[in-house]
Write a new protein. Structure first.
Length: 325
C-alpha cells in the first residue's frame, strides 16, 4: 500500500487500482509529515502579509495560490496586523513550526527604524515590496518606472507643475513612487511642490484634493493609487472643475473600475498577478537549490492613457504651455 500512496511506478496497474479503491473506501489519506521526513518536502509554503484589504495584495495572493497549486503545493496564510519586524519574525517562526518548505512575505510597510529584514535561518524566503536587503530574494513592481511614466506623461502635455497625492509614509511603494515623481520633476528643472499624503482610500484622496484646489498652478495631479485618484476626481467634480480641461488626473494600479470612472482614468498598470507568479517561481527555485544567490526582480509597469488627462490649460498671467517632445 505504501508504494501506491507514494506514487511509485513499480506497482502493477490492477494492483494499484484495487489498493486505491480500498484507500478511498476507508478514507485513507497519506501522512504528509511522514512523507516529508522521507522525501524532504512538505509541499506547503507560507505567506505572511499585513492586510487583505488592498487590491494589490488580493491579486498577488491569488496568483501565488494559483502557481502553488500548479506545482502541487498548498498555501498557509499567516496574517500579521502589526507591521513590525518582531511581528514578522514571530509569524515566520510559527510557520516554520507548521512544516512549510518556504515563505513569501508581502511586506509593504516601512519599518520605523529602517533596518533590513533579519529572520532566523532555515527556510527559503522571497519578499514582495520591501527593503529586504541583499540576503533575500525580492520581487516587486517597478514603482519608480511607473511614477516616472505618470509624471512624464503630464509634463509632455504641457503641464508646468505636477502635484502629488502620496500614499502613507509607512508604505515602501508609496515612498518609491514619491521619490521617482520628485526626481522626474527635478530632471525637468521643476521644483517639486509639497506632497499631500493619503491612506490609499477614496476618502483620503478627496480630502487631499480639497487641500490642493487653492493652488494657483494646479493643472495636473498624480495620485499614488486609483482609489485616491477617484476621491480627487470626486472633489473636482463637486467644485465644478472640469477633468481634464481644468485639471488632469493620473492614478496608479489600473484596478478594473478605473475604466468606468468619469472620465475614464489615465493610470499606471501594475501586473500584480505576475508579481505573485514570479515570487512563487523564485521560492520554488530556492527550495530546489537553497544555496543559489538571491535575486531582485522588478516587474515592469504600463501607462494606460485615458480621458482624465489632456493638454495644460492657459493660466492667468502666463503664456500657453507647449507640450514637451
Amino acid at each position: 500500500m505504501s508504494r501506491v500512496a507514494n506514487g511509485m511506478s513499480n506497482v502493477e496497474e490492477l494492483t494499484r487500482e484495487r489498493v486505491l479503491t480500498s484507500m478511498r473506501a476507508v478514507g485513507y489519506r497519506p501522512n504528509g509529515a511522514a512523507r516529508a521526513l522521507k522525501y524532504g518536502r512538505f509541499h506547503t509554503v507560507g505567506v505572511i502579509m499585513f492586510t487583505l484589504e488592498t487590491l494589490g495584495n488580493v491579486r498577488t495572493l491569488d496568483a501565488i495560490a494559483t502557481e502553488a497549486a500548479a506545482a502541487d503545493y498548498s498555501v498557509t496564510l499567516m496574517p500579521v496586523p502589526d507591521p513590525t519586524l518582531g511581528a514578522v519574525s514571530g509569524a515566520y517562526r510559527r510557520l516554520s513550526e507548521q512544516s512549510v518548505d518556504g515563505v513569501i512575505i508581502i511586506f509593504e510597510a516601512s519599518l520605523l527604524d529602517r533596518v533590513e529584514i533579519t529572520l532566523p535561518p532555515g527556510l527559503p524566503v522571497v519578499v514582495i515590496d520591501s527593503n529586504a536587503g541583499s540576503g533575500y530574494a525580492v520581487v516587486d513592481t517597478d514603482q519608480a518606472q511607473g511614477a516616472r511614466m505618470a509624471t512624464e506623461h503630464l509634463l509632455s502635455l504641457g503641464h508646468r507643475q505636477v502635484w502629488h497625492i502620496a500614499g502613507p509614509t509607512t508604505s515602501f511603494s508609496a515612498g518609491h513612487r514619491a521619490e521617482s515623481w520628485r526626481a522626474t520633476l527635478q530632471r525637468a528643472g521643476i521644483t517639486p511642490p509639497p506632497i499631500v499624503h493619503g491612506d490609499w482610500s477614496t476618502e483620503s484622496g478627496h480630502r487631499a484634493m480639497l487641500k490642493l484646489v487653492g493652488e494657483r498652478d494646479l493643472t495636473a495631479v498624480f495620485a499614488a493609487n486609483d482609489q485616491m485618484a477617484l476621491g480627487a476626481m470626486k472633489a473636482l467634480h463637486e467644485l465644478g472643475r472640469l477633468i481634464p480641461t481644468d485639471v488632469s488626473v493620473v492614478g496608479f494600479d489600473d484596478m478594473d473600475e478605473s475604466r468606468a470612472f468619469w472620465p475614464p482614468l489615465t493610470t499606471v498598470r501594475q501586473n500584480f498577478r505576475e508579481v505573485g507568479r514570479v515570487a512563487m517561481a523564485r521560492l520554488l527555485a530556492q527550495i530546489e537549490a537553497p544555496d543559489a544567490a538571491p535575486q531582485t526582480t522588478l516587474i515592469p509597469t504600463e501607462l494606460m492613457v485615458r480621458a482624465s488627462t489632456g493638454p495644460a490649460p492657459t493660466l492667468p498671467g502666463r503664456p500657453t504651455a507647449t507640450p514637451a517632445g
